[in-house]
Ligand binder design. Structure first.
Ligand code: LLP
Length: 414
């Protein structure tokens, strides 16, 4: 179904996803890493809608979770995938650890000495064995937005790689812990593969040392973070487009960069891509409420706001904005595309060249399938959008729009 028909049927703002594209992206990863035993554990935080998790789970994905809530989502979406879960995060709570132990997940990515002790005591309490990997910090610099870079010593994530052997030695004293892997994640939206290769090399060296120390290291978790090209559509029709690698080329290049390190060790690789699998499979459809001039500038005001898609406001992230009905060719105005939220940071595009637009027109904010709906909020008491999953000629409403009742459901007047 065409986007305008979807917007008419389900209203706006509306997230629309392509099931085919998500499956194809997962398949690219699975195929590129078929040279070694591997499992793609999709990072649930990128888009945690149940229907998305089910489609990826059924296509063989495992999951990288960071909370008890994400664990529950995987349980409801695709039960068999519980055994393919890795649990990351710097601050796991007792109830979350207990729920994950009870679900018998594949691996806990432990991020501190204190968490080793906590995991050991909960595993003992529940009389089970906990498989863990220490998330090490390889001290590798990766060019990305500072809010989503994680692999340097000064970041809160992981433990310094130099301390890892000592921590595994300490952990070995706990009879309810099994050292099963080593993990790393250096950040998100990283577009060069070199830092991934550098990080993995260090981690492979560590895994070999750990094996020499007597630990049964079976898994190597290389994390997520492979970036996408958010400006791809800008290049359509231009000669330079040929220089933009396709998604397939990107994954091939990524796999080729990791391969030399992986060839030195016989191990099961885990990967945690989030954005790469879902971002470009989704768009946010929004209708123009009005077009206004202020101080010599043109503002296109949409019915979607920063509460629906916060990436531009939070990271100054670039998203292409295109009209749904009209030709993209006639570039007629330079405008800011803004939402109705009471903040000047509430924008989707600034000083952007756009075709002639007027109130009632439908526009699409592209590449919004990752960290869009999953970061949406009710700020300004705005109900969150609906979501539609398109599969060939069929479209399924996978989340209805929130109602006033939903908005107020948890509140009580004293
Ligand atoms: N694994 C771990 C441990 C992570 O912390 C993350 C992302 C991923 C995997 C997945 O990374 P990806 O493949 O999606 O880059 N809200 C930001 C992104 C935050 C990423 C946080 N961690 C954004 O909208 O750009």
């Amino acid at each position: 179904m065409a986007c305008d028909a979807l917007a008419n049927e389900f209203g706006t703002p509306l997230y629309v996803y392509s099931a085919t594209e998500m499956r194809a992206r997962l398949a690219l990863f699975q195929k590129a890493f078929s040279f070694c035993p591997s499992t793609v554990c999709y990072a649930v935080k990128a888009n945690s809608s149940l229907a998305v998790l089910r489609l990826l789970g059924k296509a063989g994905a495992g999951f990288d979770i960071v909370s008890g809530g994400e664990l529950e989502r995987v349980r409801r979406a695709h039960l068999p995938a519980l055994r393919r879960i890795v649990f990351s995060g710097v601050g796991k709570q007792v109830w979350e650890i207990d729920a994950a132990l009870d679900a018998n997940i594949l691996l806990f990515n432990v991020e501190s000495e204190a968490e080793i002790d906590l995991l050991a005591s909960r595993a003992k309490h529940l009389a089970v064995q906990a498989r863990f990997a220490l998330r090490v910090n390889p001290d590798v610099f990766a060019e990305t937005h500072p809010y989503i870079s994680t692999g340097l010593r000064q970041h809160k994530f992981g433990v310094e790689i130099g301390r890892a052997r000592e921590l595994y030695r300490r952990a070995a004293r706990h009879t309810h812990l099994r050292a099963a892997g080593v993990s790393v994640h250096i950040g998100s939206q990283i577009q060069s593969v070199a830092p991934f290769a550098a990080a993995l090399e260090r981690v492979v060296d560590l895994a070999r040392d750990l094996r020499a120390d007597g630990h049964d290291i079976r898994y190597l978790d290389a994390g997520g973070g492979l970036g996408i090209n958010y400006t791809a559509t800008l290049e359509i029709g231009k000669a330079s487009n040929a220089q933009q690698p396709s998604p397939a080329q990107q994954v091939t290049e990524y796999a080729a960069a990791l391969a030399p390190a992986l060839e030195q060790i016989d191990i099961h690789l885990l990967l945690e891509p989030g954005r790469f699998l879902v971002a470009q499979a989704g768009a946010l459809l929004t209708r123009i409420l009005n077009v206004k001039q202020n101080g010599g500038k043109t503002f296109v005001v949409t019915d979607a706001g920063m509460n629906d898609l916060i990436r531009p406001a939070l990271y100054k992230a670039h998203h292409e904005v295109v009209p749904v009905q009209r030709s993209r060719k006639s570039q007629a105005l330079v405008a800011d595309v803004v939402g109705p939220v009471c903040e000047s940071g509430d924008f989707f595009a600034q000083d952007r060249m756009l075709p002639e637009l007027s109130s009632g027109d439908l526009i699409a904010v592209l590449d919004a399938g990752a960290y869009g709906m999953s970061q949406a909020s009710n700020y300004n008491s705005r109900p969150r959008p609906a979501e539609v999953l398109v599969e060939a000629a069929e479209s399924h409403l996978i989340r209805r729009r929130e109602t006033m009742r939903d908005l107020l459901a948890t509140e009580r007047l004293p």
